[in-house]
Write a protein that binds this ligand. Structure first.
Ligand SMILES: O=S(=O)(O)O[C@H]1C[C@H](O)[C@@H](O)[C@@H]1CO
Length: 625
């Protein structure tokens, strides 16, 4: 195949083109990116005495533990506490343990920092200490410290501690343990609440992100971060919707909420943490506001939307409001007086599920929010122009989950779109099944557990089309971003993880190859055949004078491509980064680095030939001017 490459750019490429979509799904937040190591740390939303009240907690050496509704709670947001009775006649440490989120990773030399609240429900003469430790599954102590407890403390007191691990366990099944001496503490009753333990966090942020996962995401260099959902924005009911104000301020004032993926969200990863994370990541937020529809099917009537719209205005003012606004003052009081960067606000999520009411919900929200924030862009979430919305959306969020073949055959998806001023956010896309008749089915029916080489190559083909159409596509993100390797509600995920490991997928490497090899100009070239198997896009990075050719060969045979460049000065050599392998192979916990990009030198010039291997994603980089 011969490909002519122009030397004149057709359009600039938006800086926001490649980024991430995030929501708390498959423990991507609590138990994943969010650094908290203890599961069910504040007994949020559980019913005392119910089966899951003690989820992740267990008694040690004969203590009696239970979750109670506290008569004097830590806060109205946290009404529950752990009630611990130390029996008589026990020797050694007696107390309780937390098993983390399917384990706790402990590495020697690492310092873990934590805190908990305690109070003696009845004043007692006890004056003593508790041992706070990290223990392996065999019960050996990996690190410990002691804290003083006083029986005179009948009101809640917060105790802080740090534990330096001095040995590395054999596995992840470690526990966080608090014990008192069975002799001196015999017969004591103590309530505990909001127990927290953090490893070192990304950029050492207080209440921050788990370093290994955060670092893997930062490796991609995303330019936007869509949050908080996705379904997890919406709530099963109106009251269960994500509410920004319930997610900011001291942790003891965050009640948590029933997430939309089957588990309670602590909301410890809240709006302020998301915004600081965007700054640490160098990404701008694409922030969603709840749009009056709950996943259980309730739409708020148009004349009832006022309070929800006000809540969205407050949410936006928390992000960008000045000190004339209360949310702006709240942000300043939390340590960020300057506004955060914000351009895009998405109104709802996948409202094509409730298009009949989105017509008025969109109109009411868009008019009110555009009036309040004329500088912002508001993204609609129904199908493009169906139904017709007023005011006419300037941006739409388009989602697609399909087969690798679909992606390989639809890289021209946007070529036919009218250039009418509307811009598009490909907010969720992924090849998730090899079975076109059961895309969302189980692995037994074609669903992918991990991305494969062929799914990643399909996505790359599609992405060359997004890059070509980046005059109207301003942003694109694979979804879901993160998922626990076993405790999940969705596969495949861009990045999988467990308590101590991060697993980078083939699709992760495709996102990284595109994001880390951006151009700021799109360079026209001979169009690929829309029904072919080889797809490419050519961009130029003016700051370095580099030409970057991204090629996806989704076919089962190698493709010899001859490039004829109109540029006058072209380097005679460059680099090729290639991701390829057995089409159905994946990176897995058993073989996490089976498929990684390989870099090599290539000969380039005004005319050169490159051989793209079967089922491969290739990024060629060389100087051209
Ligand atoms: O069940 S789905 O609607 O397919 O859920 C999808 C679409 C939704 O926006 C997101 O939360 C989820 C997976 O990324």
């Amino acid at each position: 195949q011969t490909i002519s490459v122009s030397s004149t750019a057709s359009h600039p490429i938006p800086t926001t083109l490649w980024g991430f979509m995030f929501e708390d799904i498959s423990h991507s937040g609590d138990g994943g990116l969010y650094g908290e190591l203890l599961q069910n740390r504040a007994f949020q939303l559980v019913t005392p005495g119910s089966g899951n009240a003690l989820n992740s907690w267990s008694a040690v050496n004969g203590a009696t533990i239970s979750v109670i509704r506290e008569s004097t709670p830590i806060s109205t947001a946290l009404p529950n506490a752990l009630h611990v009775v130390i029996p008589t006649g026990r020797n050694g440490g007696v107390g309780f343990a937390n098993a983390g989120f399917s384990g706790i990773a402990v590495t020697s030399g690492t310092t873990y920092t934590g805190s908990f609240f305690y109070r003696f429900p009845a004043s007692s003469g006890f004056r003593g200490s508790a041992t706070v430790s990290l223990q392996s599954s065999s019960g050996s102590t990996l690190g410990d410290t002691t804290v003083s407890l006083s029986g005179a403390q009948t009101s809640w007191a917060q105790v802080s501690f740090s534990i330096r691990a001095n040995s590395t366990p054999g596995d992840l099944n470690n526990r966080f343990v608090i014990t008192l001496d069975g002799g001196s503490a015999a017969g004591q009753t103590i309530n505990f609440g909001l127990l927290s333990l953090f490893p070192p966090t990304f950029r050492n942020r207080q209440n921050g992100m788990r370093n290994d996962i955060a670092s893997a995401l930062a490796e991609v260099g995303p330019s936007f971060w869509r949050f908080p959902g996705g379904n997890n924005l919406e709530g099963g009911t109106v009251d269960q919707r994500w509410q920004w104000n319930a997610t900011v301020g001291p942790l003891q004032n965050r009640a948590g909420r029933q997430g939309d993926w089957g588990y309670i969200n602590t909301d410890g990863l809240g709006l302020f943490e998301y915004l600081l994370w965007c700054e640490d990541l160098g990404a701008e937020p694409i922030m969603a506001v709840w749009s009056g529809f709950a996943l259980g099917g309730t739409s708020v009537a148009q004349n009832q939307l006022g309070p929800f719209i006000q809540q969205s205005i407050d949410q936006i003012n928390f992000v960008i409001g000045d000190d004339s606004t209360e949310p702006g003052r709240l942000r300043a009081s939390l340590g960020h007086p300057d506004p955060f960067k914000l351009t895009y606000v998405e109104i709802g999520n996948e409202d094509f599920f409730a298009a009949n009411t989105y017509t008025f919900r969109w109109t009411t929200y868009a008019n009110a929010l555009k009036n309040a924030f004329p500088q912002l862009h508001f993204i609609a979430t129904t199908n493009v122009n169906s139904p017709v919305l007023t005011p006419k959306p300037t941006e739409y969020d388009v989602h697609v989950y399909q087969t690798p073949t679909w992606f390989a055959q639809n890289s021209f998806f946007y070529d036919g779109f009218a250039r009418d001023g509307t811009h598009y956010f490909e907010g969720e896309y992924a090849a998730i099944s090899t079975n076109p008749n059961d895309i969302f089915g189980p692995p037994s029916d074609g669903r992918l557990i991990f991305p494969t080489v062929e799914s990643a190559a399909g996505e790359a083909a599609f992405m060359t089309g997004l890059e070509r159409n980046s005059d109207i596509v301003f942003a694109a993100s694979y979804a879901p971003l993160l998922g626990h390797v076993t405790n999940n509600q969705w596969t495949p995920n861009l990045v999988a993880f467990d308590a101590g490991n991060v697993y980078r997928s083939t699709s992760f490497y495709v996102q990284k190859l595109f994001s880390q090899n951006r151009g700021d100009q799109y360079i026209p070239s001979t169009l690929p055949s829309s029904t072919g198997t080889v797809f490419w896009s050519v961009v130029r990075k003016t700051s370095t004078g580099q030409l970057i050719i991204k090629i996806s060969n989704t076919g089962s045979s190698a493709a010899r491509l001859t490039f004829n460049l109109a540029f006058n000065n072209v380097a005679t050599s460059g680099t090729a980064q290639v991701l390829t392998g057995v089409p159905t192979s994946s990176n897995t916990p058993q073989n996490p680095n089976l498929i990684t990009p390989q870099t090599s030198n290539i000969s380039t010039g005004k005319s050169f030939t490159y051989n793209a291997p079967a089922v491969s994603v290739n990024v060629l980089t060389f100087g051209a001017s």
